[in-house]
Design a protein around this ligand. Structure first.
Ligand SMILES: Nc1nc2c(ncn2[C@@H]2O[C@H](COP(=O)(O)OP(=O)(O)OP(=O)(O)O)[C@@H](O)[C@H]2O)c(=O)[nH]1
Length: 396
């Protein structure tokens, strides 16, 4: 009996263990319970911050997470930071390479000849005239150079080079005031008017000057008074928007004087430091152009005197450009010249001729089409760039 009872207990034990063996693997294969809600929220936030791609896929596969809507980033307008103006002329000296050939290689080559005879001095004169220095200025430079060479008994090429550099700097009159009056005074902005023949680079230079001013920490407003050429206002506005300067423009073919007047009014109201007015360079005839410029000047001056009238001259037009330039000086009181496109001429001597003929200082020079290719003019740096010499050589 006890034996039967024992066998029955063993059989019962085997049955219980067998049943457990079937149930446990099933429990192990059960799917994971869904994620708690809090965890879902956290991961959704991570999605907004840009989760890795695998995470987004697993979320989709579970069907638990709702994909976050794509974040559309609106780019803020990026204002350009113009290059500082200090040292620009030095940095851009390679742009004067065409003129350097005449001055550096040509003139310095002549001065390094064994004997400086009459023929050599004539060749030196010819080189300077070819480089657009102008006849009178050339004679003066060569006479002084000859005299100093004789008195000092200068012989070496190095010494002659230093003397030539000094004479060229002297011909550029380093004592002239080349600063631009661009600061507010008596609570109103400085007003600069830009004039010159068409194609000289007025609009481009207006834009470059605006960048120079912004680089120097001034606030600027542009007036698009060149209403003759339809695209000029767009061109100016583009320059302005790149550095955060507002442009005032009128309807197409508007009266330039009224646009200029409105620009100065707006500049006064908005409290900017400087208002720059671009004007037209072409009209049906010269008399018409000059009448119009005179009118722009008179109307703008209802707000107060114009602080600077800048004449833009294309260096590649040489002596012809000088004749045209003189007409402007008769109508408006030109206070400074910007000589553009010096990078495109072998006749860098035009700077000397411009100052002598017009009696107006060259204040800035254009050395390329790039936005910061405008440099404050400095006679000594310019001469060093032309001759391809280092400042140390001249100052020694
Ligand atoms: N190489 C070179 N090109 C320049 C320089 N300055 C201006 N230019 C170019 O000269 C051309 C004429 O310039 P604009 O500024 O349109 O001339 P503008 O005097 O305003 O002409 P209008 O509006 O027709 O009177 C453009 O292609 C400029 O990029 C410079 O210093 N060097």
């Amino acid at each position: 009996m006890t034996d039967y009872l024992l066998i029955a207990l063993v059989l019962l034990g085997v049955l219980v263990l067998g049943a457990l063996g079937l149930v446990v693997p099933r429990l192990r294969r059960r799917p994971e319970p869904p994620l708690p809600t809090t965890e879902v929220d956290t991961r959704a936030e991570e999605d907004l911050a840009g989760p890795p791609v695998e995470a987004a896929e697993s979320d989709l596969s579970t069907g638990v997470l709702v994909e976050a809507p794509p974040v559309v980033e609106v780019p803020a307008p990026v204002l350009e930071i113009p290059e500082p103006t200090a040292g620009r002329l030095v940095r851009l000296r390679t742009r004067l390479s065409r003129s350097q050939t005449v001055f550096g290689k040509g003139l310095l080559g002549l001065l390094s000849r064994e004997h400086l005879d009459e023929d050599t001095w004539e060749e030196i004169e010819d080189s300077l005239i070819t480089a657009d220095v102008g006849v009178d200025a050339t004679r003066e430079i060569v006479d002084r150079l000859r005299e100093r060479t004789r008195v000092l008994g200068t012989r070496t090429a190095g010494e002659l080079q230093v003397l030539l550099a000094a004479e060229l700097v002297n011909a550029l009159d380093p004592t002239l005031d080349r600063s631009l009056r661009t600061a507010r005074k008596d609570g109103v902005p400085a007003v600069l008017m830009v004039v010159g023949v068409n194609g000289a680079g007025k609009t481009t230079t207006c834009g470059k000057i605006a960048r120079v001013l912004v680089a120097d920490g001034r606030s600027v407003l542009l007036g698009a008074a060149d209403t003759f050429r339809a695209a000029a206002a767009d061109q100016l506005e583009t320059w302005g928007s790149r550095v955060g300067a507002e442009t005032v423009r009128g309807p197409e073919a508007a009266d330039p004087a009224s646009v200029a007047f409105d620009a100065v009014r707006r500049g006064i109201d908005s409290g900017v430091d400087t208002v720059l007015i671009d004007t037209a360079g072409r009209l049906q005839n010269k008399v018409g152009l000059m009448d119009e410029l005179g009118k722009v000047k008179r109307v703008v001056e209802k707000h107060g005197p114009i602080d600077e009238t800048i004449l833009i001259l294309d260096a590649t037009t040489g002596q012809n450009g000088l004749e045209q330039a003189r007409v402007f000086t008769e109508v408006v009181n030109v206070t400074g010249v910007v000589l553009t496109k010096l990078d495109g001429t072998a006749k860098g001597g035009i700077v000397i001729a411009v100052q002598r003929k017009l009696g107006i200082p060259v204040k800035l020079v254009g050395l390329g089409e790039g936005p910061d290719d405008l440099a404050p003019f400095d006679p000594a740096q310019f001469v060093d760039a032309l001759l391809g010499t280092e400042p140390a050589a001249r100052d020694a």
